[in-house]
Design a protein around this ligand. Structure first.
Ligand SMILES: NC(=O)c1ccc[n+]([C@@H]2O[C@H](COP(=O)([O-])OP(=O)(O)OC[C@H]3O[C@@H](n4cnc5c(N)ncnc54)[C@H](O)[C@@H]3O)[C@@H](O)[C@H]2O)c1
Length: 387
C-alpha cells in the first residue's frame, strides 16, 4: 500500500485524495494546506491522516512514500523541489512549473535520486482521448490535416495564471499526446477583460511536424461550456466531445476527393464532396483521474517512467512559454525550444501496454458495422456521393 501525502486541499486536491484511495492501493497519510478551514474539512473525510499547515512536517514523515501537489501553479516548483529532496516520489498538478528552467531542474533532481516525477495531465489517461489517438494512428482518418480545440466556459476565473496556462495547458498536453511530439512554433493572441494582465481568452495556433496545425480557443469568459476537439483528416473527420457521455466521439465519413477532371462549376465541385454520414463507435469509458492515480502507483512500484512524466510536463511548459512570448509580441510566430536528448516517448508499463492493446482491439471491434450506430447526414453507405 503506497503511503501518500497531499499538499493543497482546495478544489482539485480532494479529487486526488479520493481517487488515490479508490484504487485500493494507496492510503492518504498526510494532508497539508495553509488554509486551516479547508484542511479541517478534508481531514474529516480522512481521519487516519495527519493534518498540518507545515510542509516540513509532512515531508519529514518517514512513512511517506509519495507526495501529490495540488496547490496554485506558482507554488509548484518550490514545493516539488522540496518534496523530491526529501526523497518522495511526486505527482504534481499541471502545469509542472511556470517556466522551463525550473521544470528541467525538477527533472534532474528526480533523475539523480531515481524518483518518479509525474505531471497531472489527466486527459492523457482518458479512454476517449486514447480512442481518438487510436483512430488517428490507425489511419482511419487518413492523413491528419489539422486539429481544432475548444475549451470554454463561464468561469472558474483564475487570477494567478491566465487562460493559456490554466485551460490551454490541457489542450497542449493532448495535442502532443495525439501527435506524438512537441510543436515547432506558435502564434497566439489573448485579451484580459476581467483582471489586468490576466488573459481570460486566448487563441493560439501551434504547428507540428508535417505542418499539421493545432488551433486552441480557450476562455473562461464564454456563455457555453465546450470541451471539444475536431480532427480533420484526408479520409474522414472526427469530433471528440468530452461533455457528450453517450457519444464522445463521432466519426464523419466526409471528405473532398480530387475529381477526375478539375471542376469549373459549383455543381462540379459538389460531386467531389463525399458525404457518407456520421457514425458513433461505442467506447468503454473510464475515470481518467482514477487511471492517472493507478498509473502513478504502478510506476512507483515498478520504477517505470510515467506516460506524463517530467519531460512531457516540460514540453507543455515550453509551448506555453513560446505562446506567452508571441502574445506579448503582437502574435509573432515564435519557435518552440525542444529539450535535446529526450525523445518524449513515454515508456509505457507492461500492464498499461496490455490495457492499451486491448483498448485498441476494442475500438477496432466497435468500429465494425454491427457495433456502430449510424446517424445519417447523407447516405448510409460509406463513400456515397452527395448531389
Ligand atoms: N487536472 C485538472 O483537471 C485540474 C483541475 C483543476 C485544477 N488543477 C490544478 O490543481 C492545482 C490546484 O488548483 P485548485 O483549483 O485546486 O486551486 P485552489 O485554489 O482551489 O486550491 C489550492 C489550495 O492550495 C493551498 N495552498 C496554496 N499554497 C500552499 C502552500 N504553499 N502549501 C500548502 N497549501 C497551499 C491553498 O490554501 C488552497 O487550499 C493547480 O495547479 C491547477 O492547475 C488541475
Amino acid at each position: 500500500m503506497l503511503q501518500i501525502g497531499l499538499i493543497g486541499t482546495g478544489y482539485w486536491g480532494p479529487n486526488l485524495a479520493k481517487s488515490f484511495e479508490l484504487t485500493g492501493k494507496a492510503e492518504v497519510r498526510w494532508l497539508c494546506d495553509l488554509d486551516s478551514r479547508r484542511l479541517e474539512q478534508l481531514s474529516q473525510k480522512y481521519p487516519h491522516a495527519h493534518a498540518t499547515s507545515e510542509l516540513s512536517k509532512l515531508l519529514g514523515a518517514k512513512d511517506l512514500d509519495a507526495v501529490a501537489i495540488s496547490t496554485p501553479a506558482g507554488t509548484h516548483y518550490e514545493i516539488a523541489r522540496q518534496a523530491l529532496e526529501a526523497n518522495k516520489h511526486l505527482l504534481v498538478e499541471k502545469p509542472i512549473t511556470l517556466n522551463s528552467k525550473e521544470a528541467l531542474q525538477l527533472i534532474r533532481v528526480a533523475e539523480k535520486r531515481e524518483l518518479i516525477l509525474m505531471v497531472g495531465h489527466v486527459f492523457e489517461y482518458n479512454f476517449t482521448i486514447r480512442a481518438l489517438k487510436n483512430l488517428m494512428d490507425s489511419g482511419e482518418l487518413g492523413e491528419i490535416h489539422y486539429l481544432n480545440f475548444e475549451r470554454t466556459n463561464l468561469g472558474p476565473v483564475r487570477t494567478d495564471v491566465n487562460a493559456l496556462w490554466d485551460l490551454a495547458s490541457h489542450d497542449i498536453s493532448i495535442m502532443c499526446y495525439l501527435l506524438d511530439g512537441a510543436p515547432k512554433d506558435v502564434t497566439a493572441r489573448g485579451q484580459a477583460f476581467l483582471n489586468a494582465d490576466v488573459e481570460d481568452t486566448v487563441f493560439a495556433t501551434f504547428t507540428f511536424l508535417k505542418d499539421i496545425i493545432a488551433q486552441v480557443s480557450a476562455s473562461w469568459l464564454n456563455p457555453r461550456k465546450v470541451r471539444q476537439i475536431t480532427a480533420v483528416g484526408s479520409k474522414k473527420m472526427a469530433i471528440w466531445n468530452d461533455l457528450d457521455l453517450q457519444s464522445p466521439i463521432q466519426i464523419y465519413d466526409k471528405r473532398v476527393e480530387e475529381p477526375a477532371e478539375i471542376p469549373d462549376t459549383f455543381d462540379g465541385y459538389k460531386t467531389a464532396v463525399v458525404d457518407g454520414g456520421v457514425y458513433i463507435p461505442h467506447i468503454d469509458q473510464n475515470q481518467p483521474l482514477l487511471a492517472e492515480c493507478e498509473h502513478f502507483i504502478e510506476c512507483v512500484a515498478r520504477g517505470e517512467r510515467p506516460q506524463s512524466d517530467g519531460y512531457s510536463g516540460l514540453r507543455v511548459v515550453q509551448a506555453l512559454e513560446a505562446a506567452t512570448a508571441s502574445m506579448k509580441n503582437q502574435s509573432k510566430i515564435t519557435l518552440i525550444k525542444a529539450e535535446p536528448g529526450d525523445d518524449h516517448k513515454p515508456r509505457v508499463s507492461m500492464k498499461d501496454k496490455q490495457r492499451l492493446d486491448h483498448f485498441v482491439d476494442v475500438v477496432h471491434a466497435n468500429l465494425s458495422a454491427e457495433h456502430t450506430r449510424w446517424r445519417d447526414s447523407g447516405s448510409k453507405t460509406a463513400g456515397a456521393r452527395a448531389k
